[in-house]
Ligand binder design. Structure first.
Ligand SMILES: C[S@@+](CC[C@H](N)C(=O)[O-])C[C@H]1O[C@@H](n2cnc3c(N)ncnc32)[C@H](O)[C@@H]1O
Length: 330
């Protein structure tokens, strides 16, 4: 079920995510794209390490089923506010918190369509006077680009209670890269869609190009996890609106760039999170249906016996995202 304030698409998205199964660790291990999921978590962890400080009061926007509960704990946040449009997800995150995290930090849980409801209309409303050191929005911003007013409300929700000097950080699809791949598919393959056996992005036949700034829809499918309409997030427009709300862009990088910059100094974490498959010249240690590693096998020789890598198919999907951070300046 979606939040009572949710309409139209946000309602559908809320229902969709509420119905996505919450898997136990055992089942997750057998998943075909487990490495990419771990890789995405690794990228989020680097952001959390960079922007969350011990004792912070934090906001987790579109927090889903509480996938980042552990990250807040590891950073020793003091208080975290969780909010999402999907009722069952909010309920599950609350249960997970109550079962495992009450001793680590205090928390409150809210249901709201963040593209329509200001914090006094969340259910329950946000506590008066609370201010945040940091706000995180992971893999969710693309749902707010349906219309300009919805985008503005979402960003207002992100910025309104951040202290001066506080940060708004996250991960979001990279629309410029989506459009580049779409144009390539249209020209070369005469198709309005692209992807591989892990993910698919499909535009409606004859989609507008250049696309409109708000409400530019594509259908996104990701194995076992996502099967919904999303909206292109134009990074310059996102940054311009953030600026109007006192948020200045301090960092935006593709997943590729951010990963390359952080890989060496976070090797331990990368291995602990099991985010890459071990590959030798004879192939991956754990083969998974339809996933190929020729790019990694090729670099193995007498001196480089093994490397860690995502499959080509997972990397094509992971490289469709960017990380971002804004600082509240006024
Ligand atoms: C891909 S999930 C990410 C969840 C979580 N941030 C994470 O990284 O594990 C996207 C989330 O955005 C939420 N969402 C989508 N539209 C929303 C809206 N209008 N208001 C609040 N939450 C929304 C969905 O319910 C879902 O939980």
């Amino acid at each position: 079920m979606a939040a009572p304030t949710a309409h139209g698409h946000a309602r559908k998205v809320g229902q969709f995510y509420s119905n996505v199964r919450q898997e136990g660790v055992d089942r997750r291990q057998t998943q075909r794209i487990i490495r990419m999921r771990n890789f995405n978590n690794f990228m989020k962890s680097i952001l959390f390490n960079t922007y969350v400080k011990q004792g912070d009061t934090c906001l987790d926007l579109a927090s889903g089923k509480g996938g980042d509960l552990n990250k807040w704990k590891i950073q020793r946040a003091q208080h975290v506010v969780f909010v999402d449009v999907a009722a069952e997800s909010v309920e599950q995150s609350k249960e997970r918190y109550e079962n495992r995290h009450t001793k680590s930090f205090s928390a409150s849980f809210h249901q709201a369509d963040l593209t329509r409801a200001s914090s006094d209309k969340w259910s329950p409303p946000l506590r008066d006077g609370i201010e945040f050191d940091c706000v995180s929005c992971q893999f969710a911003l693309h749902y707010c680009f349906e219309s300009e007013s919805q985008c503005r409300q979402f960003i207002k929700n992100a910025s309104e209670r951040i202290k001066i000097g506080g940060v708004f950080f996250g991960t979001t699809p990279w629309s410029e890269e989506i459009m580049r791949r779409y144009r390539h598919a249209k020209k070369v393959d005469k198709k309005e869609e692209f992807g591989n056996s892990v993910y698919k992005v499909a535009f409606t036949r004859g989609a507008r190009d250049p696309p409109r700034i708000f409400g530019a829809t594509y259908h996104f499918q990701l194995e076992e996890q996502v099967d919904v309409e999303e909206f292109l997030v134009f990074q310059p427009v996102f940054a311009d609106i953030c600026k109007e709300y006192g948020l200045e862009l301090v960092m935006r990088k593709s997943f590729k760039e951010f990963f390359e910059e952080n890989r060496e100094k976070n090797m331990d974490l990368l291995y602990r999170m099991d985010a890459l498959e071990t590959v030798t010249e004879n192939g991956p240690r754990e083969a998974r249906r339809g996933l190929t590693y020729a790019h990694a096998e090729d670099v193995c020789d007498n001196t480089t016996v093994q490397v860690g890598s995502l499959s080509r198919q997972e990397w094509e999907c992971a490289s469709l995202y960017v990380v971002f951070a804004f600082k509240k300046v006024r």
